[in-house]
Design a protein. Structure first.
Length: 422
């Protein structure tokens, strides 16, 4: 009898276990009294996604926590200057404002001696600050070449792309970086990863390596690696692609009417492949993609930055906007609004080349108010500053002086490339 009771108990226990297991396999039914509505999202809305914070060393996290909120905010600002030497207000902007970076444009450069002196002025203005500056320039070769004579210009990306020689692209990247480094700069806004597939394109053209994703990837990635090999930060541009436009974003806002599926199969290919190969920084394009976001251009589209770039393309690096002074933005949005929206959307740094008439302080104060009001979260600011400091640390920016480049040897190497292409 005792044995029978034990056996019966075991049988009941097994039955209960099976029943519980089968019940766990049945999908949970919705609450019939309060059913949840189906999720509906318009093109310009953003489905919240869970993004992991950037991969950051404890030493960098400690630096971020040791900064005031104002110091963190100004690290997000990548500014321009007006002339060929620093004004008193610009020195103050750098020394007291503690900006994250300074970009040098054609208007700032007249000769090699003048440019070297200007870069030293900027560095001296920042000398008492603990965080080094990004010192950037557009040095692509061809028509977009800021570094002055006597250093020779490299051929355009399109001309190099026609050779379809990855080793040549790597060499070109090294030479571009050497030009930049000779003046004490540490960031180059290159390579251009846009695909030049629109004959009416007024702004990309021969700045692109070619008219197919394969050609742009094959040549753009080695150039990126060549720049990186010289200790200069390369910046891929212009995400998610500026090739299929007929409007110049310096003047007006271009529109590309393509779906996510379409750009995945074309425009995004070079960017994704470069990201897989170790890209550290990406510049956003001032372009409206209405099939992805019918309200905001890529520069401050949460859908494009956080979903397409961060999540889908798996990019954990630095996101920098194109210049907020360009017509695509300035004709449609105020500088303060554009800056706040860009940071809200996930940009880490905002490029603002027009800092005249108190623009810098206005933008800084607008960002401070946005953080105080909770419009921009402190956590998001911290993540962006951590990415900025990570890149600055990885590239040893505090230890990167002007290099002693032999101009004669450099020019001979550039001439060899020109002869190879002729």
């Amino acid at each position: 009898m005792k044995t029978l009771i034990i056996s019966l108990g075991i049988f009941i226990a097994i039955g209960l276990t099976i029943a519980l297991y089968l019940n766990s396999q049945v999908p949970a039914q919705p609450d019939q009294e309060n059913p949840k509505p189906a999720s509906t999202h318009s093109k310009n809305s953003f489905e919240e996604i869970s993004l992991a914070p950037p991969s950051i060393k404890p030493s960098i996290s400690k630096k971020v926590s040791g900064m005031t909120i104002e110091e963190r905010i100004t690290q997000l600002l990548y500014v321009g200057i007006e002339g060929t030497s620093l004004s008193t207000s610009e020195k103050q902007m750098i020394s007291e404002g503690r900006v994250g970076g300074v970009i040098f444009l054609g208007r700032n450069i007249t000769s090699s001696p003048q440019f070297k002196k200007l870069v030293e002025e900027v560095k001296n203005a920042n000398s008492k600050n603990p965080t080094p500056l990004f010192l950037g320039v557009d040095e692509e070769g061809g028509t977009v070449s800021r570094i002055p004579n006597p250093m020779k210009k490299l051929p355009s990306s399109y001309r190099i792309g026609e050779e379809n020689d990855a080793d040549l692209a790597f060499t070109a990247g090294k030479l571009l970086a050497q030009k930049v480094k000779a003046f004490g700069l540490n960031m180059n806004f290159a390579p251009v990863m846009d695909i030049n597939n629109n004959p009416g394109n007024q702004v990309i053209g021969k700045r692109s390596f070619g008219d197919t994703p394969e050609r742009v990837s094959r040549m753009g990635i080695p150039e990126m690696k060549g720049i990186k090999s010289e200790g200069i930060v390369p910046v891929l541009k212009h995400f998610p692609g500026h090739g299929d436009t007929s409007v110049d974003s310096h003047i007006n806002l271009p529109v590309i009417k393509k779906s996510l599926s379409q750009i995945n199969q074309f425009e995004l290919i070079p960017f994704k492949e470069a990201i897989n190969e170790g890209a550290d920084a990406v510049m956003m394009a001032h372009i409206l993609f209405p099939e992805l976001d019918d309200q905001y251009p890529a520069t401050f589209s949460k859908t494009i930055i956080q979903n397409v770039l961060r999540k889908q393309s798996k990019f954990d690096g630095l996101v920098i906007t194109d210049d907020m002074a360009m017509g695509a933005i300035s004709k449609n949005f105020g500088t303060n609004e554009a800056t706040i929206r860009s940071i809200q959307a996930g940009s880490d740094m905002v490029l603002m080349t027009d800092t005249r008439n108190g623009n810098f302080n206005e933008v800084k104060n607008a960002l401070l108010q946005a953080v105080k009001k909770g419009t921009i979260s402190t956590e998001q600011i911290n993540d962006s500053v951590a990415r900025i400091l990570r890149v600055k640390q990885d590239y040893h920016l505090s230890k990167l002086p002007q290099s002693d480049l032999n101009v004669k040897d450099f020019n001979e190497k550039v001439e060899e490339i020109h002869q190879q292409l002729n």
